[in-house]
Write a protein that binds this ligand. Sequence first.
Ligand SMILES: [Zn+2]
Length: 259
Amino acid sequence: MIFIKKIFRKIRNLGGRHGSPEGLVILMYHRINDNLPAHNLVTRTKAFAEQMRFLCWHANVCRVISLKEFETGHPAIFGQEPKTKIIITFDDGYRDNYLNAFPVLKKFGFPATVFLTTGLIGTDQKFNRYADLPGRDMLDWTEVAKMYAHKIAFGAHTASHPHLPRFSYQTQREEIAESRACVNKNLPPGERLDTFCYPYGEYNADTLKIVQELGFRYALSVIPGVNKPETPLFELRRIEVSGFDTIKNFEYKLLEKYR
Ligand SMILES: [Zn+2]
């Protein structure tokens, strides 16, 4: 009973202190992993679970929505209560998203979206910085299907994760179109990919043109911030959750830092 009272006091305090400021917070994760050294891109499973528990307890202040809910509800979704909406995203398509993040997301019933570097999915190839890790490091399509069956959506993040602005219009187009086609081919028919995610958050005028030509309606950058109705649709802001964030930091980033 005391425990429950404590939780309610915590929720009330949080609501009172911050209210629910208007805005869409798109959280950016990469890896949920307990074997790699601490890093911006690597969050421990325990810390991730604590962050998800925070979102669950404070659902009256910040509500987790799916990317699809945003895509189909934009821009009216901004006016709905609570004012702060949260979308959970993972970049690249690491296998630890399935092994470590997925059980936690399932437990809390939270939707999330994973942006796949499609050329690496189902292969033994690794990102250079993780070349020494033993075994397969990226998701395969069986794992993707299992996650897809439980509220996890998938998006395109190019075929080979290039620094897009360094390449010609044609090469950029091939990279983006190929990853879009690959995700579409591997997901149930009818799945629409409306949102693209730029590798390294990098894009130029060609990239912006291509994503629109290919039919995307939104794209995610790594510009830190909270999205408002007027935020450019192909430069949506994200907030990176670092492996060094304490739960206090997490709360601060979510509700105060970028307001
Ligand atoms: Zn990436």
